[in-house]
Write a new protein. Structure first.
Length: 540
């Protein structure tokens, strides 16, 4: 009986509609239910959901990590509109200029960004009438210098957008995960500075170079003063929570100078060794500090995983130091919120990172001591493990990601330990397999709906090492295209492109390559290849 009721109702409605039509009464048109809010951003309008109208980004866009803009002129920080009115525009809430009394150039900042209809209404309410609005963002004579960002927005942007871009799967942090930052002015300051630099890198019009450089100088001063304070009070027992926040701040400063805003200075070892010293001091006071990461601060766990990876990358590429944690230390990160996700202790990625640590530390020991004969069996065993992990039986995105890092270890073993040349048969075989694997690997949909390879933004270290050993132009162009897919508004990408341009102009081998040039390429050892870039930026 229940299934018959909708049919009966449908029939009765049809007869009623027909009766109204026959009697000359037109049926009332159905109105579409409005689910949007006046002034909604374009993203919320597109998905027909209610918008919180927060500026510069609404809650939904901030949560999803997508660009938030309003109206057809895409209002956002640094947007420049030329608004013609019937009267001179003088409003302290906006930056105005113009050649005539009827024209005002409005530059939108974090304090005054608002939907366009609200802006026009506020102008009209003052006895003016808007005649026309034109997008003038590309005018070269207009310069925008923004004021400080809002600290609450910086914290939210960092945990929802920036820290997610430093995660393999784009995972943000919750507000509770940021607890360690709430009690540390130095850490809060560094979070704000990283946020400002990322926004500046995304669009320089949003924040000026002068503003972000000023903030960076201030952060360096605060960090140095805090470190000096801790050093001066070395006799006293400093709160370990304060030391943890200081460690996080040092890691963020290292990330800023070596990933987000790389410079031409050899600054990487300075930051890494500074963070190492603080980590060692914490471990000296609390030997179980790394073991307790599973139940500790998610922010600290995420940053420590980033730091030990940056440290490992530096050690692999320069050979100037042993890693800050021993190879077995990577197992302490199992079950933690790391940049590569939360993995079990037997995950192949942790095995690869352990193997890379063992290789680079062993190589350093062999350079300083005559241990080659006694350590080679263990090195050969590690090589066999990496060979196995570089040939996954299931071509999943994760396995291909792990295999890329295993390829780094295989080339390192051949080049740095066995002394093979760039054009060595085994080296070039690894290069070819890496490129083939990426060519035939699975595709995964991105959050924005486009087809991009999952984790391709985390393959920068394998792309650096493999790319440096590509001697065929077709292979080099493939690597260039793949790196181009990983752009995340981080300057280490620019450093990588510059490095490849300089290197490939020398190492490209073709049918007309001079034999002397080929011989010079063959003599480039591992340390010649990577020593310079490794001290200026971290590629991973």
């Amino acid at each position: 009986m229940l299934s018959e009721r909708p049919v009966a109702n449908s029939v009765s409605r049809t007869h009623a509609k027909a009766a109204k039509t026959n009697s000359g009464i037109k049926p009332k048109p159905r109105t579409k239910r409005i689910r949007t809010v006046q002034g909604s951003c374009n993203q919320c309008l597109k998905h027909r959901v209610k918008c919180s109208l927060d500026k510069p980004a609404c809650k939904r866009c901030l949560r999803n990590g997508v660009e938030c803009n309003y109206d057809r002129f895409t209002l956002k920080w640094g947007k420049v509109l030329n608004i013609d009115t019937q009267a001179d525009n003088k409003d302290g809430d906006r930056s105005t200029s113009g050649t005539s009394s009827n024209s005002g150039v409005y530059t939108f900042s974090g304090r005054n960004a608002k939907p366009l209809f609200t802006l026009i209404k506020s102008i009209n309410d003052k006895g003016k009438r808007v005649v026309s609005v034109a997008d003038n963002s590309n005018t070269g004579e207009i310069h925008h210098v923004s004021g400080p960002l809002n600290s609450a927005f910086e914290l939210e942007y960092f945990r929802k957008v920036l820290i997610a871009k430093l995660h393999a799967f784009g995972k943000p942090l919750s507000e509770a995960d940021m607890e360690v930052a709430k009690h540390s002015p130095v850490l809060q300051n560094l979070i704000g500075t990283l946020t400002a630099y990322h926004i500046h890198n995304t669009n320089p019009k949003l924040l000026s170079s002068e503003e972000v450089q000023r903030r960076k100088s201030e952060s360096i001063q605060l960090l140095v003063e805090k470190i000096h304070q801790e050093t001066a009070e070395s006799g006293s027992v400093t709160d370990l929570n304060d030391m943890e926040a200081l460690l996080d701040a040092c890691i963020l400063m290292s990330t800023l100078d070596s990933v987000i805003d790389c410079t031409s200075f050899d600054i990487v070892p300075t930051h890494l060794f500074g963070a190492r010293a603080i980590l060692n001091e914490i471990i000296k006071r609390d030997p179980s500090f790394l073991l307790r990461r599973r139940g500790g601060s998610p922010l600290t766990s995420r940053l420590i995983s980033i730091f030990v990876t940056m440290d490992l990358v530096y050690c692999i590429l320069t050979g100037e130091s042993t890693t800050c944690i021993p190879q077995e230390g990577w197992s302490n990160l199992s079950g933690c919120d790391c940049w590569f996700g939360t993995v079990n202790s037997d995950d192949p990625f942790l095995k690869v990172m352990e193997a890379l640590s063992f290789l680079t530390n062993s190589q350093l020991l062999m350079k300083s001591n005559n241990l080659r004969g006694s350590i080679m069996p263990a090195l050969e065993q590690t090589f066999g493990l990496l060979m196995e992990l570089s040939c996954p039986t299931v071509a999943s995105a994760w396995n291909i990601f792990v295999a890329g890092y295993a390829d780094v270890g295989l080339i390192y073993y051949n080049r740095a330990i066995l002394g093979a040349n760039i054009d060595d048969e085994h080296v070039q075989s690894i290069v070819g397999k890496f490129i083939t694997r990426l060519n035939v690997g699975p595709q995964s949909p991105s959050r924005s709906g486009g087809d991009i390879y999952l984790l391709d933004h985390c393959l920068l270290l394998p792309l650096l090492v493999i790319g440096a050993h590509c001697i065929q132009e077709s292979q080099q162009m493939f690597i260039r295209r793949w790196v181009g897919r990983a752009i995340l508004s981080f300057k280490n990408i620019d450093s990588l492109f510059e490095y490849f341009d300089k290197l490939w102009s020398v190492t490209r081998i073709g049918p007309n390559t001079d034999p002397a040039t080929t011989e010079g390429i063959r003599q480039m050892n591992w340390w010649n290849l990577f020593g310079e870039i490794a001290k200026k930026s971290i590629i991973f």
